[in-house]
Design a protein around this ligand. Structure first.
Ligand SMILES: Cc1ncc(COP(=O)(O)O)c(C=O)c1O
Length: 376
């Protein structure tokens, strides 16, 4: 199989990630639950991972690195833990349902004033509109870093300035940016950065988390065992325990930690450069094929190319790629309803090709040739 669905999850994981998970399953007890060797081994791995992740994103406070089982959970924690009854909240057309559905839910249950910044036909956000609608009443801004449909990179630095000018908190969905580009949360001015472990970070599924800037208050999302302060009725107030009730996925976290080591050995900027070269190569070849329409703004872009062939249904094209050529892509709506509507692809969907550091030029050539045949 030629796997070009890395924006869904990276299939090829570094061997050291797999070895770390297996080793953790053989040796690790329950982190922060006691003081015997097995539990201490788990606690050390989890602590090291917090420190490593903080450094990776240039984040100052390892104890505010909160583990969750994916970015959906991280986003739910961030959104539900910061937005209050009647708050004005701004989000965008580029969001994934992991942001949209929690926000729509709060619109119904907490009567929030939810407003969206629109994307144009290339999926680019209107920053002037952002500035216009972001006023002193705005409490929280929630924005995607990279669209999982177009691959466009949103201008987080500018959005951060707009949000902070009115005293709002900025939550960023880093699902597609973590591991695929240099993310410096301090430089970008992010208050809460949510990430998933199984995509660009090459970690196991079931890992992810959020980085909560010091001083930002996020209410507990779930409550339960923490291994500390057992006789207190409330969830302990300190991070990370405030947001981490229950046994952690320390086996997965061991894998995620090894994955960060792998990325650091290569250099995240080198990974970004290689993915960018692959994307440009694919884009420049595919754009020449008659009948193919590509979506997105390729001036600032991740390793994603979404396209359609004439007016063919995206599901049929993706099936043909899989059944006739052994090429895995993702058709349909990509959990991005507002952006598909903005691009005019609500009914056709789009065929998404997404690459990773392990993708080869030969694999791209096979996909390009397959598209030529399908389009003709
Ligand atoms: C932009 C974006 N946000 C959120 C998610 C949800 O990620 P997860 O399924 O790992 O929670 C995805 C995954 O496709 C995504 O691409």
């Amino acid at each position: 199989m030629i796997y070009l669905d890395n924006a869904a999850t990276t299939l090829k994981k570094p061997d050291q990630v797999i070895d770390a998970v297996v080793n953790a399953m053989r040796t690790q007890g329950n982190a922060s639950r006691g003081a015997h060797n097995a539990t201490l081994s788990a606690s050390r791995v989890v602590y090291d991972a917090r420190v490593k992740i903080a450094k990776f994103f240039n984040f100052d406070t390892p104890s505010n690195v909160i583990f969750a089982c994916n970015s959906t959970e991280a986003l739910n924690i961030a959104i539900n833990g910061t937005i209050k009854e009647g708050d004005k909240v701004i989000s965008t057309d580029t969001e994934h349902n992991s942001v949209l559905r929690p926000l729509y839910h709060l619109q119904k249950t907490k009567n929030i004033d939810l407003q969206f910044v629109n994307a144009d036909l290339s999926g680019v956000l209107d920053l002037n509109q952002f500035e216009r609608i972001c006023d002193n009443k705005t409490k929280v801004v929630v924005v995607n870093h990279i669209s999982n449909l177009t691959g466009n990179v949103n201008d987080i630095k500018t959005i951060s300035k707009i949000a902070h000018n009115v005293g709002a908190i900025l939550i960023v969905d880093g699902s597609q940016s973590a591991g695929t580009m240099l993310v410096d949360v301090k430089d970008l001015g992010i208050d809460i950065y949510c990430f998933t472990g199984h995509k660009g970070l090459f970690g196991p599924q079931g890992t992810g988390g959020l980085l909560v800037k010091e001083g930002v208050e996020v209410e507990a999302f779930k409550r339960g065992g923490s291994g500390v302060k057992t006789y207190e009725e409330d969830q302990p107030n300190e991070y990370p325990t405030r947001l981490e009730a229950g046994t952690l996925n320390s086996h997965g976290i061991a894998g995620l930690s090894a994955a960060i080591d792998f990325i650091n050995e290569i250099g995240v900027e080198n990974i970004h450069k290689k993915e960018r070269e692959l994307t440009e190569y694919f884009y420049n070849e595919v754009i020449k094929i008659e009948g193919i329409k590509i979506y997105g703004d390729f001036s600032s872009h991740a390793a994603i190319v979404s396209l359609n062939v004439k007016d063919y249904d995206s599901g049929e094209v993706s099936d043909a790629l899989s059944n006739d050529y052994g090429i895995a892509t993702r058709p349909g709506a990509h959990c991005a309803p507002r952006l598909h509507i903005a691009l005019g692809t609500k009914y056709q969907g789009a065929v998404r090709f997404s690459f990773s550091y392990f993708t080869t030029k030969e694999e791209l050539d096979a996909a390009i040739n397959a598209l030529k045949v399908i389009a003709s």
